[in-house]
Design a protein around this ligand. Structure first.
Ligand SMILES: [Zn+2]
Length: 133
């Protein structure tokens, strides 16, 4: 999986590494261009501190269909969200940007894995097919 270490592959339009999140991508996703592809994004991460159950439950209040779940393994969490973006990397940067932007929910975290599934129907991509990474 050498392409995963390719900095250009992971760079968002603002020059941030998508795996570290980008607050600008997150803010731009609040008012997306409706012509952009729609992505279903999942982020697996660990948190240095346990996240209170109430904080997990409050995430959905931020809208945009964000959901934060605790997995059975200690300190491993799954954040899912949806975003419109040109590329999957940008969609990932925006969803992780949500975490960066909301330090009161998650103070220090380490992204372990990401997935972005393109949901928009497109001529050459069946809806829901996993195309990135
Ligand atoms: Zn960005």
């Amino acid at each position: 999986m050498s392409y995963r270490d390719d900095a250009a592959f992971w760079a968002c339009p603002h020059g941030q590494d998508a795996r570290h999140g980008c607050v600008t991508c997150y803010e731009e996703s609040a008012d997306p261009n409706p012509d952009l592809p729609f992505w279903d994004v999942a982020i697996w991460f660990t948190s240095d501190q346990p996240i209170p159950v109430k904080a997990l439950q409050d995430v959905h209040r931020h809208g945009r269909r964000f959901l934060l779940d605790k997995l059975s393994a200690p300190h491993i969490y799954l954040l899912t969200g949806q975003a419109r973006a040109e590329r999957g990397g940008q969609a990932v940067a925006g969803v992780i940007g949500f975490l960066v932007h909301n330090r009161h929910v998650v103070d220090a975290f380490t992204v372990k894995d990401t997935r972005a599934v393109r949901m928009s129907p497109a001529a050459d991509v069946p809806s829901g097919e996993r195309v990135w990474p």
